[in-house]
Design a protein around this ligand. Structure first.
Ligand SMILES: NC(=O)c1ccc[n+]([C@@H]2O[C@H](COP(=O)([O-])OP(=O)(O)OC[C@H]3O[C@@H](n4cnc5c(N)ncnc54)[C@H](O)[C@@H]3O)[C@@H](O)[C@H]2O)c1
Length: 249
């Protein structure tokens, strides 16, 4: 039986990442509200979490969880176009498109609407968490929580702290990530150093992969095959981008 937790999770944005994140938190027993301003995105998210490739039904078919667990998790998951429904949460995870102006606006709105002790986490792929935190009156409660796609499958949890992020916020988010079956690693973000390790290293790999192709040494397909065969990567650097954008569907 699914044990229902007394920590409520809000997710802002119900796209590829947000819908998967809310599915994960609900599956771990956290009442979860996922908000998107686009009703079409909410409808697609509902499909994604129920009948999608990494949704509840496939999880049951593959023996990852029981039908009872999936149904109970679905009960805990609210997908909505009502912003206020997602703001009365203990932890809110932002997953709107990767635009700094948009993220700053969302964080300003969340800061005004959410209770003072609510932690505001961003799933940005690389913007400065310090810059996002500075847009709020609670930079000590602002943190990066970088997920990998597909969220229900990948254990990756890169937790990005700034100079202002409190120990309490770090503890609460790492505890939540662990309870969701993820493997949190806490890294730093400050004025002179960009705090997203996985994407910094991936960007360096992509730069070199592009150089190899531009130099006429190998095709993108050959680069990908060589990296898979040599390092046991599940996919090559070029395919990685297409997969991430589509949610690997
Ligand atoms: N796709 C990936 O593999 C991946 C991995 C890690 C991190 N990220 C990051 O996660 C974030 C979301 O990426 P995605 O791939 O899910 O994007 P997406 O385009 O699939 O989803 C974004 C959703 O946000 C909604 N939205 C836009 N403005 C909004 C607002 N003001 N309030 C609420 N919802 C709003 C859109 O309607 C859309 O449904 C980005 O910052 C991205 O860089 C993506």
């Amino acid at each position: 039986m699914l044990e229902v937790k007394d920590v409520k999770v809000g997710v802002i944005g119900a796209g590829v990442m947000g819908s998967g994140i809310a599915q994960v938190t609900a599956t771990a027993g956290y009442p979860s509200v996922c908000y998107d301003l686009d009703p079409g995105a909410v409808a697609r998210a509902r499909e994604h979490v129920t009948t999608g490739r990494y949704g509840f039904d496939r999880g049951v078919e593959r023996g990852k969880l029981t039908r009872e667990h999936a149904d109970a998790a679905l009960e805990l998951l609210e997908l909505t176009t009502e912003f206020d429904a997602a703001t009365s949460a203990d932890v809110i995870i932002e997953a709107v498109p990767e635009r700094l102006d948009l993220k700053i606006k969302v964080f300003r709105d969340l800061d005004r609407a959410a209770p003072p002790n609510t932690i505001l986490a961003s799933n940005t792929s690389g913007f400065s968490i310090a810059a996002i935190g500075a847009a709020t009156d609670r930079p000590d409660h602002v943190i990066g929580w970088h997920w990998a796609s597909p969220a229900p499958v990948m254990r990756f949890a890169e937790i990005v702290r700034t100079r202002d992020t409190s120990e309490e916020a770090i503890d609460r988010v790492t505890e939540l990530a662990t309870a969701c079956g993820k493997n949190p690693v806490v890294v730093r973000d400050h004025d002179t150093a960009w705090g997203f390790v996985a994407n910094r290293i991936y960007a360096a790999v992509m730069d070199e992969a592009k150089r190899v192709v531009d130099d006429g040494v190998a095709t993108p397909e050959q680069v990908d095959q060589l990296m898979i065969d040599c390092y046991g990567w599940p996919t090559g650097p070029h395919t990685m981008i297409q997969g991430a954008l589509s949610g690997w569907t």
